[in-house]
Design a protein. Structure first.
Length: 351
């Protein structure tokens, strides 16, 4: 029998990608194994996933499983744009900061990033780059991309999203949502997924899975069929078409076919709230963003952060400002939070 190569007792707060696979997802993978199923999406699991997505997002929704979040974002945005199109996004957006230029290099689009201190765009911020239509010297701003929950752990309300989509659509722009942590947002808002996506005017969605307990896999969900074009071909061109797609789809069915998405995200959010409460009680550390989902952002001395990192892995967010990010996952426990808070307290006391 194979033995693990890692210490399963080690815990970290660097990313919800560090967590393992939810046991119910592993069971779903095992159940999908065995026998033969038609490749490239013509399988029973992908067919069933389409019904799951329709149930969440409405009768016009169409789903395209992909390998990862970057692939979902690039492919989704490509489907909204001509070759001369540009995307307005927050400067902190994952597509702008953490995808190594893939939207521009692979997707062939220009990103027009605007500063957003809380990670959230507004109609006014969009207008900083939404101009120049008809000017052949300027990439044409034809789409807006927002993230829910944002890279700073903050949330858009339904009202805020509707204001963005109404404004963008009035300018002839389409709206994409990066929903890598969509479940965390829904859990925090206490709303169904469609309430702040399809019903709020979002045209296309990158639906997250990996950060909420999948082994791999995300999906592009088309919410307005008139807005997106060519996804059948773009997915293949972007190397996001899985031959054994049943295993991607089976995981997404396990997550979204019942309430696993909500249970897992609610737990991660609750652990972040517990950590935030512990942080607020300590001198020498200051939260820098509202804790609205499964992330805690805080400022402390780099020396303390470096010592603490020897015990628990986490990332600097802004080294110059002494800002760090702590992420909670579906498998973060109360004991993990309490142990981390105790270690933080010790390092703060050491100066």
């Amino acid at each position: 029998m194979n033995q693990p190569l890692h210490d399963r007792a080690v815990r970290g707060f660097a990313s919800d990608n560090y967590s393992g696979v939810h046991p119910e997802v592993l069971e779903a993978l095992a159940a999908a194994n065995g026998g033969h199923q038609t490749a490239y999406g013509e399988d029973d699991y992908t067919e069933h996933l389409s019904h799951v997505v329709l149930n969440h997002f409405g009768p016009a929704a169409e789903v395209f499983p992909v390998f990862n979040g970057t692939g979902a974002n690039v492919t989704a945005l490509q489907s909204l744009l001509p070759r001369w199109g540009a995307v307005v996004c927050a400067r902190t957006a994952h597509i702008n900061v953490d995808e190594n230029g893939a939207p521009e290099r692979i997707g062939g689009m220009k990103l027009l990033a605007v500063p957003a201190p809380d990670g959230k765009l507004t109609p006014e911020l969009i207008d900083r780059e939404a101009w120049g239509w008809g000017d052949e010297h300027r990439a044409q701003p034809l789409a807006v991309s927002i993230t829910q929950s944002t890279e700073l752990g903050t949330l858009y309300t339904v009202r805020e999203i509707k204001a963005i989509t109404k404004h963008a659509h009035s300018l002839g722009m389409k709206v994409h949502m990066d929903g890598a942590r969509l479940s965390n947002a829904a859990a925090a808002l206490g709303l169904p997924l469609r309430a702040f996506t399809r019903d709020a005017g979002i045209d296309i969605l990158s639906l997250g899975g990996t950060k909420n307990g999948l082994m791999f896999g995300e999906a592009v969900v088309v919410l307005d069929p008139e807005a997106a074009h060519g996804l059948k071909y773009l997915r293949k061109m972007n190397m996001q078409l899985a031959s054994k797609m049943r295993f991607t789809s089976a995981q997404l069915v396990a997550l979204y076919g019942g309430d696993l998405w909500l249970r897992s995200a609610s737990h991660a959010n609750a652990m972040a709230a517990r950590l935030r409460a512990a942080v607020d009680a300590l001198e020498g550390v200051e939260a820098t963003q509202p804790t609205q989902s499964n992330a805690v952002f805080a400022r402390l001395s780099n020396a303390v952060a470096d010592r603490l990192r020897e015990r628990f892995r986490f990332y600097d967010w802004d080294r110059g400002a002494g800002e760090v990010r702590w992420m909670c996952s579906f498998d973060t426990s109360e004991e993990d939070i309490d142990a981390f808070a105790a270690a933080l307290r010790e390092e703060l006391s050491a100066g």
